[in-house]
Design a protein around this ligand. Structure first.
Ligand code: 7TS
Length: 401
């Protein structure tokens, strides 16, 4: 743990006179020194635009960026680097697919999402349906935060063309059975998009094994920089989907009346990408693999268990999503206290949690709340920090309830 924490100098900060306890990792993780060093190294020593220069620096920058694509490909178990599209993040990746997929939707078609989806995987599909006339269908979650797969099967029997769901909900923290849900959707002829924003940093992802058609994630949630993310897609789909944005980098030939588009992955990468961020994504993935997913999962499950146990003993505290596979995220409310006030008291104690609707308003309505408090864990969090969280929430309960 000491070895891990010393790679994150920000964790040594004091907030309001107290040592920082950073438990807002589902919003964004802190960055190890190797990532911030890589950003600096890129701008100090390599900076140049990519894919377009014969000069030495441009070639260095191009190889650095393309090496990252290769690294991501291996990290996700993809077969070809052409299947890895760099985007600004999960939000842009989903929008890219939903926008293009509209071409394949017409009145009478269906799209199925879930009530547990982040707005990033909800609104793009809702809007694609509104614009195409397709029916927007929504899968509910059970009381414990899991999906009822029998009900999912019944929804699938109505023949949606696309099924989009989160690998892990950013509120409920439950790892959904992606492989099983994908196989069920494929058996009914639907394409599958997995929102991996919360999955990628907590579970090993092998897209060949999961067999999903699309998998989206953001680098900043896996110890990498903001401004870059990944869309993985099956080749047949990426070939079929129209470009999302038009401009430089994504063309083959521009004539006065028509344009032909570049081959994958560049067809979807119009304009100058986030080059330094792409470069710095590699050390982020190195960090995670250095820790190892087995160790990470064990550690985060233990912290989650401690938090569920400690918080669960506080009178009037309600936890959302306690089903099987719950790890990394604990969301709760104190009866009679406003979630925001709990967050402010915790902040005074140096404890950073998230409060609000977590960009999941449909889920909040489903749970019958306006918002909640969320603590989310990462590799560098400790049992002592969870104890401070529990003590902080107890104090908030004394003050507010
Ligand atoms: N999907 C899920 C499941 C997420 O948790 C988030 C971000 C996104 C998509 C969007 O990712 P972005 O990188 O494109 O913004 N979730 C959160 C959160 O829970 N708190 O702040 C951001």
């Amino acid at each position: 743990m000491h070895d891990i924490r010393r790679q994150f100098p920000l964790l040594d900060r004091k907030i309001n006179g107290n040592p920082l306890v950073y438990l807002d990792n589902a919003a964004t993780t802190q960055k190890p020194r190797a990532v911030t060093d890589a950003m600096l190294d890129y701008y100090r020593n390599i900076n140049s635009n990519i894919h377009r220069g014969v000069h030495h620096l441009s070639q260095l920058a191009t190889s650095a960026f393309e090496e990252s694509r290769q690294r991501v490909m291996k990290f996700m178990g993809a077969a070809q680097h052409e299947q890895i599209i760099f985007t600004r993040g999960t939000t842009e990746a989903v929008n890219l697919v939903a926008n293009g997929f509209r071409d394949f939707l017409k009145k009478g078609d269906r799209v199925l999402v879930t009530i547990a989806d982040h707005h990033s995987n909800f609104v793009p599909w809702q809007q694609a349906c509104l614009r195409s006339g397709a029916t927007f269908d929504i899968m509910p979650v059970e009381e414990d935060g899991t999906f009822d797969l029998e009900l999912f099967g019944r929804k699938l029997s109505q023949g949606p063309k696309m099924v989009a769901f989160p690998h892990i909900s950013n509120v409920l923290g439950i790892e959904n059975p992606v492989k099983e849900m994908t196989a069920m959707a494929h058996a009914c002829g639907a394409a599958v998009l997995v929102d991996g924003a919360q999955g990628i940093a907590h579970c090993p992802v092998d897209v060949a094994d999961l067999d999903c058609d699309f998998y989206c994630w953001s680098a900043h949630k896996i110890y990498g920089p903001t401004g870059i993310g990944v869309l993985y897609g099956k080749r047949e789909w990426l070939e079929k989907l129209p470009p999302y944005q038009f401009g430089g980098e994504m063309i083959e030939e521009v004539e006065l009346e028509r344009t032909t588009f570049a081959a994958l992955p560049f067809k979807f990468e119009a304009g100058t990408p986030a080059i330094a961020e792409g470069f710095a994504l590699k050390p982020a993935l190195d960090f995670v693999q250095g820790v190892g997913f087995d160790n990470l999962r064990e550690h985060e499950s233990e912290l989650t268990r401690m938090a569920l146990d400690g918080l669960g003993r506080i009178k009037g505290l309600r936890i959302y999503g306690k089903g099987e596979g719950h790890s990394g995220v604990v969301s709760f409310n104190l009866d009679g206290a406003y979630h925001y006030d709990v967050g402010v008291i915790l902040d005074q104690l140096g404890i950073a949690v998230r409060t609000g609707h977590h960009c999941a308003q449909p889920l909040m309505k489903h749970l019958g709340v306006q918002g909640c408090v969320r603590a989310s864990f990462a590799a560098y969090n400790t049992g002592e920090e969870v104890e401070r969280l529990v003590a902080g929430v107890k104090k908030a309960a004394e003050m507010l309830v």
